[in-house]
Each structure stands twice: as C-alpha cells, then as structure tokens.
Ligand binder design. Structure first.
Ligand code: DPP
Ligand code: ZN
Length: 853
C-alpha cells in the first residue's frame, strides 16, 4: 500500500460546487445515484478522478449521455473530460447490512446510519473524497415507511411525501459548502427529545436528540448539554449556530465517540444516554464534554475545515481545547485540569515515547484512521493552550476571531491558525511552530540555588529522539513559575511566565531572603516532564501551601511517585512523608472534596512504569499495593469518617457537591479495602446493594472485583442480571473484570471473551474487554506472554470485521522496548505473527509493522 506524504499535497484538479444524491434505501441493497457538477481547477487535460472503495459503477453519465470511456485505477473511477465544467452522474449499489467496518452506510440496531470521516464517503458513492473539495449537498432518501419512519440528513428539511408502495421520501438541503467527510444520513425508527434554542441574533433553532423510543427518558442530560454548549460558544468565542435545525442521533455501533456531521451529529450511544441508574458521574461529564465537542466543531471543523488530513489537529486540537474550557466552566476548573493531565499522561506521553510517536502535524501515513490519536487530539489541545497562555485571554480571543473571520468557508492548515495567533496576538511564534513538527515529550530539568538574597533557577531542556527524528531543536516552553518561602509558606513575589527557548537558561530572582521552594509548570502550562531536585520535604511543603491547585496536586503526585519508584526498585520504601501529606490534605477543611479525591489517589501502575527505564510490572504492583495498604491502615479512622460523612440519605443529584461526595467516598472505600479490614467486602457489598446510582454501584463492584470474598461472585451475578438488557452497562461489567488486580484476571478475561454477551462486532464491547485488559499493566504483561498472545488473537479476529477498531487496540503490544528482554521477545513474536497474517488490513498492518521498528 502507498504511503501518503504531507509534502505531496496538490490542490484538487477538479472542484465539485454542487452535488445531488438520491438514495433508495434498503439494508440489503441500497441504490445510490449521484449528480456532480464538476469544474476544472487549473491543469488542463487532467481527467476527473473519483474515489471509491468497494464500489462498482452501474452507470456513468457525462452531460446527460451514458459513456464507457471511463476506467478503474485501483479503486478510483477515472473519467476523461475535455471541457471546463461538466455534469457527472453515477449509480452504485451498496449493502449496509454487510458493512461490519462501520465506515460508509451501515446498519445498527435495525436503523441505517453513516460514518464518513475520514474516508468513508467513498464507500457510499464515487467522489473526490478529500477535505478540500467543498460542495453543497441536496439529498433525497426513499425508504420503507414502516421500518424507517424517520429520514434525516444534513442541513434543513425541504420536502417529504409518501409513495403508493409503502415507501416514503424526504429531501434535505445543506446550504453550507462542506467536505464529503461531513456528509450524513439516518433512516430509522426513532423517537425525538425536542427542544429549541434561540441564538443571540434571534434565530430559533429546532433541536432534536433521536434515540430508540425506550431510551427517550435518558436524553435530557444530552439535550441540556447541547443548549449549554450553544450558549457557551456564543459567550466565550462569539460563535453562533447557522442552520434552523440541529439533530443528534445515537447509535450503538460506532467506531468513534461521535461525529460532527453538519447539522446531523451521529453519536455513539454511550455519549448520549444517561440516567442515574445506568450512568456514572464520569459518564455524565463525558456526555456533556462530547456533546460540546461535536457542537463546537460546527465552527472549528465545519465552517473552517482541514485542507488535508495532515492538518487534522487544526480542528481536533482546537476543538478539544474548546471542550476542555467548556467543562472547566461547568464545575471545578482545577479538577478538570487534573483529569485532563492525567489523561494526557496515560495515553499521549506513552505514545510520544514509543514506536508510534508522531508530530501533531504528521509527515506521512499509510491509513489516516490510525492518526486519530491522543497526540493529534490531546497534545494538539495543549499546543493551543500554550498559545493562549502566551497571548493572554484578550489577545487570544482577538486572534481566534481573526482566524474564524479570515478562513470561514475554507479548508485551512495548522500554519494558517498559527499565523492568526501571531497577527491577532501581536507575537512572534516562529520558534513555537516546532511543536507542530517535532514529536516527543520535552524533559525539563530545574534546579534552584539560593545564595544570600539571590535565587538562581537553572533550566535545561531536552527533547528525546523519536522514530524518524533523531536530533531535536530546543522548543519554546511557557512555564508558569512561583517561589514560596520555606519558613513562612508565603509566596515570594507574583507568579511569572517564563518562556524557555534555549537548551539551557538561568533566571535570577533578587531580594529572596528566605530559602525559596520552587513551584513550576503551574497549571501544567507546558506538556513536558519536569525533573527537579526538590526534596520530599519541599514536595510535602508545596502539597500543603501551593496556591495553584494543579501544582499542589502535582507536588503530591511527585512525592508519591518518588516513594513508589523507590519501593519498586529497592523492594521497600519509607512511606511516612506520603502518609503525612495525605493526612494533611484530608484534614484541610478549605479543600473541595472532589479535589481531595484526586490528590490522595496514587499514580497508576502504568504511569509509575513510564518513569522507569525497564518496567517491572510485578514490583510496581507490589510497591503500589504496599503504599495503599499503609495509607489504608495509618489513616484508617479518617477513611471511615470520610466514608460515613459522605454517605448522605439524600437521593442522587448530579451536582458538584454530589459528585464530590461520591468521589471521595469511593476513594475512601478503596483505601478501607486496601487496609485489609475484615469488614471491607461487607461494606462494599452493602454500598452495592443500597446504591441508588451507578457511580456508587460500580465503585463498590470495582472494589469487590479486586478481592476474593464470596460477595464478589454474588455482586457480579446481581449486576449482570439486573442489566442484561442494557448494552452500555454490560460494557461496564466486562470492563470492571478486565481491570481487576487479581492474579487470575487473564483467565477470567479469556473466559469472558467466550461469554454469550460478548461480541467483537460491537466496538464498545470489544474495547470494554480487550481494550481494558490491554491497559491492565500487570495482567497484560504476565511473564509467560499469555496476555500478549490473547490480545494478538483477538486483534486478528477483530481485524476481519473492523480494521479501524482493531488497529486502535494494538499499541500496548508495541511497548516491548520498555520491558525486560524476555517479555520484549514475546511481544515482538506476537507483532510478527500479526504482520504475517494473510489478508491483514492496512490499518492493523501499519500499527503492527511500525511497532516492530
Ligand atoms: N468524530 C471525531 C471527533 O469529533 C472525529 N472528528 O473528534
Ligand atoms: Zn473532534
């Protein structure tokens, strides 16, 4: 297969200003007729090239005349054309029922829906399927009225009617030129939770959340989140909605979380459906964030799209940054920032340190689906955040306005965005651009010297080599810094924004009488790793006194991490400093319980592993369990008090206070269990039985699942039977068991893969068992390699159905350099087995072959 390169970009030879599509919808055989108005764009003599994937042309008509001088080159339909503009008509037949890849037009739960990003439209009809070809679409659908009473597409509905044969039809028109990846249609038996939103200029928008009738009661949260998002984007970015309708449809089978099709978002049902009995607080938060994300794409993605797929972060990084800002404004901004950094460290940092590392603007790819990564999304969002930090809020807003104004209606590049940040913000970002081209997480070492009244901060940065990039230049790192007096606990002067641009720099602070303690990278202002010479005492001091909540959390994490690393490497460690710091945090009445819950959680096993040159999963597990046990026992009374104090009789409410109480209570339950208390399982089981919400029920189940009490099996059975008809909750049942810390987790997961409720055909289900297991560091990395073999077997099977989802689950196998040679050899053997599999998709081939390098 051919590698695509960024530098090979050429403007399209033909444009398609208008397209009419006519669908005769049927799950077994859908006829698609397309009428394309094409106009030459430069270069005379170029034939028209239309992408197709698995299509066969039934007819090709040029300017009203059937022709046969077309040819197929690979999957492209090539039509010789002589003039400057023509009308091309084609007809194809596709089978939505057979579409297990879930790209293009497919069936889900008896309904028909589409997914076209990145290159799914070519599985529906012949078209120049690239994001810089913008067309206005008119779509006509005909379908059986009893089976598919609802027909939706992009834009506004313009006409509909009934035929004599039991079918009906509808026409939709989208006046905004859009790339083909934003095309969507839905035909189904769906109920609607309807609402309205009036934009600030007075446009009344009809909102609809479409689901199967039985799920209608679970859509209020999503509808509320949509209205809140619409108002937020007007207030914060000055962006208004632009059509008369905005529809969201939830489907159970979906590769992504959701898709921002113009006026017709299609969602994975896990990011729409919620009620207290079935969704956790985390689910509620995620639903609001994803609804906001897809809505925000209407401007950052749809009104301004990407010139080519190498620019994917232009829309994804910016839109993640926007949804992070939205979520921060809905509750605790500090806790949101902590969660986002935790997520970045769990997925992006390992990606940046492994064989699949790539820049935020990649240079090449085999399969674009493999580049919907944490680097494009989450590191991309950090790049926007750094520019916003450098510009400050007012100038950042001016620069965003300039970007939206200048590039509205076009397909733009990351470079266009940075140029607007420069012009609108009045800053020079020449060197900053390295963030788009250099992969790897920079490491910054910081040491602070104090001599007389002067403090000197020495900073050094280094960007590690990544595949294809052995030598790196120093980056521009915005570091928010503040010094605190070690004796008084008071800040020594205001916070400063230091722009570290060289490999080595020193910063001098005068008039520092007291010994200073360094608070650095406050708010996680740059996505880097900080190595400092701060002692355990200094970290404990910051965990108590820092006025930046993120820095306070971070000091605690660093203290825990140092202790855990010592425990893993030396087999034992002094736990007193961590215990004291956790006690102080628990005792501080000024702190928000949601923040406390984050601050007292230990770093994950994999994050501890990421700090070590060779990961020893057993030693890390033991060190972490030892510290958890000591914290549980040393602070036993506190955990009990917190547990009781946060057990209110009041009914479930999704409010910041309710969320915080449930969070800290479940953390306390975890520590009570870790202490080895004899009543821990009974306590968890009581919570499990009495819970009036999924957060408490799943929290209790997770605790029970790690143990070996009889109550474990009882709880799993009750949970399964109670929710056997609810796929989203069954996903939790599979996932909770796949994440268990027990010794027999692999055997349990292998048995679950044979469970009647398990299927690889549904991406959520596959991820809930296979994906969750592969990030369970100790279970997956069993010394005998059985975890690796299990994953490889599952991926090979999944690849035959759904290559995109299979490829997304491969990266844990590529971490072989991080482990001992014996494990490394076992991982490589499985990667080689995957690569050698006949008929492998290019998705999985790209991931596996790159992971071997
Ligand atoms: N649907 C995915 C997202 O919104 C891809 N655009 O990020
Ligand atoms: Zn997105």
């Amino acid at each position: 297969p051919a590698i695509k390169r960024r530098q090979d970009y050429r403007p399209p030879a033909w444009l398609v200003p208008n397209v009419d599509l006519d669908f005769a919808l049927d799950p077994g055989a859908t006829r698609v007729r397309a009428r394309l108005e094409v106009t030459r764009n430069g270069g005379a003599g170029e034939p028209l090239r239309l992408d197709g994937d698995g299509l066969t042309p039934l007819a090709v008509i040029v300017d009203g005349v059937a022709v046969n001088d077309w040819r197929l080159e690979d999957d492209q339909l090539v039509i010789p054309l002589t003039g400057a503009s023509h009308v091309i008509e084609t007809e194809v037949e596709i089978a939505p029922d057979q579409n297990t890849q879930l790209m293009g037009l497919y069936s889900s739960g008896g309904n028909l829906c589409t997914q076209c990003e990145a290159e799914g439209f070519r599985r529906i009809t012949y078209f120049p399927d690239r994001p810089d070809v913008l067309a206005t679409y008119r779509v006509r659908m005909t379908a059986d009225k009893a089976r598919y009473p609802v027909l939706l597409a992009n834009g506004d509905p313009i006409a509909s009617g009934d035929n004599d044969d039991g079918t009906h039809w509808a026409e939709w028109h989208d006046p905004f030129p859009k790339p083909s990846y934003l095309f969507a249609l839905v035909a189904g038996d769906l109920a609607c939770n309807a609402g309205t939103f009036t934009t600030r200029s007075g446009r009344e928008v009809q909102l609809g959340i479409w689901v199967r009738a039985a799920d209608l009661a679970k859509t209020d949260h999503a509808l509320h989140a949509l209205k809140t998002s619409m108002a937020w984007d007007e207030r914060v970015y000055g962006r208004e909605y632009d059509l008369d309708v905005f529809n969201i449809v939830a489907v159970d089978d979906f590769n992504f979380g959701a898709m921002e099709n113009k006026g017709l978002n299609i969602f994975n049902s896990r990011y729409i459906l919620a009620d207290p009995d079935t969704a956790t607080d985390y689910d509620y938060d995620a639903i609001a964030a994803v609804v906001a994300h897809e809505y925000f794409h209407n401007w950052s993605g749809n009104r301004i799209t990407c010139r080519d797929w190498f620019q994917l972060s232009l829309k994804e990084g910016f839109t993640v940054f926007r949804d992070q800002g939205f979520s921060a404004d809905q509750g605790s901004a500090a806790v949101k920032r902590i969660e986002d950094v935790r997520g970045l460290r769990a997925s992006q940092f390992p990606e940046d340190a492994g064989p699949l590392a790539h820049p935020v603007r990649p240079e090449s790819y085999l399969e674009i689906s493999n580049f919907y990564t944490s680097t494009i999304y989450n590191k991309g969002a950090e790049l926007i955040r750094m520019m916003a930090t450098i510009l400050g809020p007012a100038r950042f807003r001016t620069a965003c306005d300039l970007y939206f104004d200048r590039f509205d209606g076009t397909a733009a590049t990351c470079e266009d965005f940075v140029t607007c940040m420069e012009e609108g913000g009045g800053v020079d970002l020449s060197r900053f651009r390295l963030w788009y081209s250099q992969a790897g997480t920079p490491r910054v070492s910081a040491s602070l010297e104090h001599d007389g009244g002067r403090a000197t901060l020495r900073l050094a940065q280094q960007v590690p080599p990544t595949p294809g990039q052995s030598a790196k230049e120093p980056m521009v790192l915005p570091l928010r810094i503040r010094l605190f007096g070690a004796e008084t606990g008071q800040p020594l002067g205001p916070e400063q924004l230091v722009l570290l641009e060289e490999a080595n720099e020193s910063i001098v602070f005068d008039g520092v009488a007291e010994r200073p303690v360094l608070s650095i990278n406050r708010g996680f202002s740059a996505p880097v790793t900080i190595e400092s010479d701060r002692t355990a005492a200094d970290l404990a001091f910051l965990a108590r006194h820092d006025d930046d909540p993120f820095a306070r959390y971070e000091a605690m994490q660093q203290l825990m991490l140092d202790t855990l690393i010592a425990g893993a490497v030396e087999g034992q460690a002094d736990h007193r400093a961590v215990i004291d710091a956790v006690a102080d945090t628990l005792d501080d009445p000024a702190l928000d319980p949601a923040f406390v819950a984050e601050a007292v959680l230990l770093p994950s096993e994999s994050f501890i592993g990421d700090q070590l040159s060779t990961v020893d999963p057993e030693a890390i597990y033991r060190a972490r369990e030892a510290l958890r046990g000591d914290l549980g026992r040393a602070l036993a009374e506190r955990w009990r008090n917190i547990y009781e104090a946060n057990t209110s009789g009041a009914a479930y409410a999704y409010t910041p206070a309710g969320k915080g109480a449930r969070r800290i209570r479940n953390v306390a339950l975890g520590y009570i269990a870790a202490s080895g208390a004899s009543d821990a399982a009974a306590l968890a089981f009581r919570q499990f039985e009495q819970a009036d919400n999924m957060t408490d029920r799943q929290g209790a189940l997770s605790t029970l699942v790690n143990g070996d009490s009889d109550l474990r099996e009882a709880a799993l059975d009750i949970f399964y039977n109670r929710y056997s008809g609810n796929g989203l909750v069954l996903d939790k049942w599979f996932q909770t068991q796949a994440l268990s810390t027990r010794d027999d987790t692999l055997e349990a997961v292998a048995a679950l893969a044979e469970h009647p409720s398990f299927t690889l055909a549904n991406p959520n289900r596959a991820r809930s068992l296979i994906g969750a297991f592969a990030v369970n560091q100790r279970a997956f990395n069993r010394a005998d390699g059985a975890g690796y073999r299990f994953l490889a077997d599952q991926l090979i099977a999944l690849d035959r159905l759904n290559p995109q989802t299979a490829a997304k689950l491969l990266p844990p196998l590529g971490r072989w350099r991080r482990f001992d040679p014996a494990r490394g050899a076992l991982m490589r053997a499985e990667l080689e087995r995957i690569v050698a599999t006949p008929g492998l998709s290019k998705d999985l081939f790209e991931q596996a072959s790159k992971s071997l390098q």
